[in-house]
Design a protein around this ligand. Structure first.
Ligand code: FAD
Length: 447
């Protein structure tokens, strides 16, 4: 049997990807060494950012770096994986541009000009991709590098199992990662520099990330704020904002935002034929899935089981079955977190899904190994396969939704019950769960 490690490739290294990698390294790899000469596995985690952005705290972090410092809101990924031997773990700083499911390869655009391919034992060193050929060969096993049309370094990485955990991105560069984390830091710095002298701020969007004590005008885009929560909660949030002097406008949407001739202000054209000129504006209008690597895969309605192609839903999210496998995409391919259609875009749907994904991925890998070990029609193989029981994801409909509105209060629900402002403060607004950040990234636990 081949001694070359088989790759478990995870695309995206934020809440979902880091937690899945942690679980596989901790719970699965050893289990797969079930017999002498069994194949070995290596986890390859791929992401354009070397840090997780704790965007839970973004509404506060964007106001000032004194309120929430950069090194608390951006958590490095690599220390988490330092304990694992390099044959078991590798981090590649790059962006998946396409996936070839017939060749079982992902194509990665490496971050240039300087990028890092880290193995866990080399976690503190970084290398220029141009010097990749000087890497010790075992570090680059299975990785083929070439130069793309725009001079970008491309590499192809074969996989035996693949997990999509590429999340989603907000329209605003302040609220989610848009590539390396340094880009988010630079967007925050430039926003805060302008904020010092700003006389007017327009916030577009009435969801949870729009709450901030510095707003002047807030366009909800609906007939009420927080449309996914009960109307009483919306009313309470609006009352609190108005008490802070925020001008809340409903049923008005931004059509286009253009930089004014002075290069400083922005002309915001609204759907009521009014143009508002503001010093700053924040787009808090939700997120789009990071699933561009599927292009030009067909988009369409949810497929029936047995369809041949991986299909995105009409909004571009990856459709999975409740076992988190992707229909028709090939063996051992999963999706989890914000990029998957099952998710409502919250951390509960990340952390409730990970045990399901890890159980089913383990089952698939054990089945794969046993197929190498036993004859296809043997009783021994049947016995091994029958012992594998899949897990199923079902969303927790009574999760908690805490939305800080003022400095010491807010609105929210816990287990389906409305909670007073002080619960929101204690549960979230006081520390924005930052005390849990390093543990969440380090051990993959729900914040
Ligand atoms: C402002 C804000 C506040 C929030 N607050 C809360 C909250 O209080 N509570 C709550 O439950 N949820 C909250 N959420 C939602 C929560 O942040 C998401 O549910 C969570 O980030 C999902 O994690 P993820 O790992 O699936 O995706 P993401 O966090 O979006 O991470 C995706 C990762 O994939 C990488 N990536 C993207 N494209 C590629 C590619 N092509 N190849 C490789 N890597 C790629 C990205 O760089 C990133 O590292 C908030 C979201 C925002 C925007």
């Amino acid at each position: 049997m081949s001694q070359k490690p088989l790759n478990i490739v995870i695309l995206g290294a934020s809440f979902s990807g880091v937690t899945v990698a942690n679980n596989i390294l901790n719970r699965v790899i050893e289990k797969l060494k079930s017999f002498e000469d069994a194949p070995t596995y290596q986890v390859i985690l791929i992401s354009p950012s070397t840090h997780v952005y704790w965007n839970i705290c973004a509404p506060r972090a964007l106001v000032s770096s004194n309120l929430i410092t950069r090194d608390t809101s951006f958590i490095p990924i690599m220390p988490t994986f330092e304990e694992y031997p390099s044959e078991q773990f590798q981090f590649i700083q790059g962006t998946a541009t396409s996936v070839d499911t017939s060749a079982k390869e992902v194509h990665i655009s490496l971050i240039t000009p300087v990028t890092t391919i880290h193995t866990s034992s080399a976690a503190r060193s970084s290398h220029n991709v141009n010097a990749l050929s000087s890497f010790p060969s075992q570090r680059l096993k299975g990785v083929r590098k070439s130069t793309g049309s725009k001079g970008r370094n491309i590499c192809k990485i074969p996989y035996n199992a693949l997990v999509y955990a590429t999340g989603s991105s907000t329209s605003s560069p302040l609220l989610s990662l848009h590539g390396p984390h340094e880009e988010t830091i630079s967007a925050l710095n430039s926003f805060q520099a302008k904020l010092k002298d700003a006389g007017s701020i327009l916030i577009v969007g009435g969801g949870p990330s729009a709450r901030s004590p510095i707003t002047i005008t807030l366009l909800s885009g609906h007939d009420r704020l927080l449309p996914n929560l009960p109307a009483k909660i919306s009313k309470k949030a609006e009352k609190k904002l108005r008490a802070l002097g925020v001008n809340v406008l409903h049923n008005i949407r931004l059509l286009a935002a253009k930089t004014a001739p002075d290069g400083q202000k922005t002309h915001c054209h609204l759907n009521n034929a009014v143009t508002v000129t503001s010093d700053l504006h924040i787009l808090a209008t939700g997120a789009v899935p990071n699933t561009g690597y599927f292009r030009p895969a067909p988009r369409g309605p949810v497929p029936t089981t047995g369809d041949k192609n991986p299909v995105l839903d009409e909004k571009g999210y990856i459709t999975t079955d409740t076992d988190l496998r992707i229909w028709g995409a090939g063996d051992r391919i999963f999706a989890t977190g914000d990029c998957a259609a099952y998710s409502r875009g919250c951390l509960g749907d990340v952390y409730d899904a990970v045990p399901v994904l890890v159980t089913n991925l383990t089952n698939d890998l054990v089945a794969y190994i046993n197929r190498l070990r036993y004859q296809e029609s043997s009783l021994a193989l049947q016995r091994e396969l029958n012992a594998l029981v899949d897990a199923r994801f079902s969303p927790n409909l009574r999760g908690s939704w805490l939305v800080p509105v003022t400095r010491f209060g807010g609105v929210g629900m816990v287990s389906g019950w409305r909670v007073p402002g002080w619960v929101v403060y204690l549960g979230k607004g006081r520390g924005w769960r930052l005390g849990r950040a390093r543990e969440t990234v380090g051990r993959g636990v729900h914040p």
